[in-house]
Write a protein of this length. Structure first.
Length: 329
């Protein structure tokens, strides 16, 4: 069995799995994903997370599992540190040995993790963030806007060997992980989290720019559906608080509503209304933990959420608490 999280840690447990048993306080990705443990005695898995304002750092420990992931709004940076991770997307299959790094834009994928031995469980650090924020970080490091947008929505695999920027990032994120795990008091301060978030985005951008020889290409090719979804997600992230309906998103994207619906189904497996709801839920979570507001109702309305009871249910499903409890700390 996996050890429980230390009392002082700043990671919060999202889910714990054992053979035939599942304890879930929320879910890591934007959609609920069925995690299937290896069918053997003693099989276990645990997912925990820590949130900077705009980056989620997750800790995943497992004796072996498979999970079908649908991530609607965030890019995923995978860093397996012990064991082997294999993913399958529309681009193809990617094998990530320990110490390798992979970036995935919002997509659907099948992920399989394996241990090297029965005595050494799989362990990885996972980062989630909006592709638009990665694009901005790339542009701050000197990349042209069009190239930054393409790179931020590409599938990428990096082998840190002979790539000092990747090695530097690996050391940095493991150091940050250790500070979060031990409950470093400075990481409880919003100002400190913001500074570290800027550092992480800068180092990720440096790593990706220096590793341009390992790009696997846009996650769904350069077809029209991918471009429609990319533009729609950018508009959603910038205007989620005021968007009235899907027709508005389609108009801003320059396509018919039906065309946008079909594009999202083809690329993401869900509709644009689901993507909008996910972005709003994430924004509400940021506000609930920032101390800017004193009312759940004010936060909901500020994020464009009008159905408070539905909001409470969705929030509890993803984050494990009611919004009112989270607001009170």
């Amino acid at each position: 069995m996996l050890d429980t999280l230390p009392r002082q840690t700043l990671f919060e447990e999202v889910s714990r799995h054992a053979y035939g048993i599942q304890e879930r306080r929320g879910h890591l990705f934007s959609s609920k994903n069925a995690l299937r443990l290896d069918e053997r005695q003693g099989a276990t898995a645990r997912v925990a997370r820590f949130r900077f304002p705009d980056i989620v750092v997750a800790d995943v420990v497992s004796t072996g599992h498979q999970v079908d992931v649908t991530e609607v709004t965030h890019s995923t940076l995978l860093l397996p540190l012990h064991g082997l991770l294999t993913t399958e997307t529309k681009v193809g299959r990617t094998r990530l040995p320990s110490g390798n790094i992979a970036l995935f834009p919002p997509n659907q994928r099948i992920t399989r993790v394996e241990t090297h031995s029965a005595h050494s469980p799989y362990w990885s650090i996972v980062l989630l963030f909006a592709p638009s924020l990665l694009s901005q970080a790339l542009q701050r490091e000197g990349m042209k806007a069009g190239d930054a947008e393409t790179l931020s929505r590409s599938e990428i695999r990096i082998d840190p060997k002979s790539k000092p920027q990747a090695v530097e990032f690996l050391h940095l994120i493991q150091s940050v992980h250790s500070e979060i795990a031990r409950g470093a008091p400075s990481f409880k301060k919003q100002s400190h989290r913001l500074r570290w978030q800027d550092i992480l985005f800068s180092k990720i951008a440096d790593m990706l720019i220096a590793s341009d020889d390992v790009r696997l290409g846009p996650a769904h090719g350069t077809g029209r559906s991918y471009l429609h979804v990319s533009r729609a997600l950018e508009y959603i992230h910038e205007n989620y608080a005021t968007i009235v309906n899907v027709s508005e998103i389609a108009e801003a994207t320059g396509v018919a509503t039906r065309t946008l619906e079909l594009a999202f189904k083809q690329v993401m497996g869900v509709g644009p209304s689901r993507a909008l709801a996910t972005v709003r839920l994430d924004a509400a979570h940021r506000h609930l933990t920032s101390g800017e507001y004193s009312s759940v109702t004010d936060i909901a309305f500020a994020c464009g959420i009008n159905h408070l009871s539905r909001f409470a249910q969705s929030y509890r499903s993803k984050y494990g608490d009611l919004p009112s409890k989270r607001l009170l700390g």
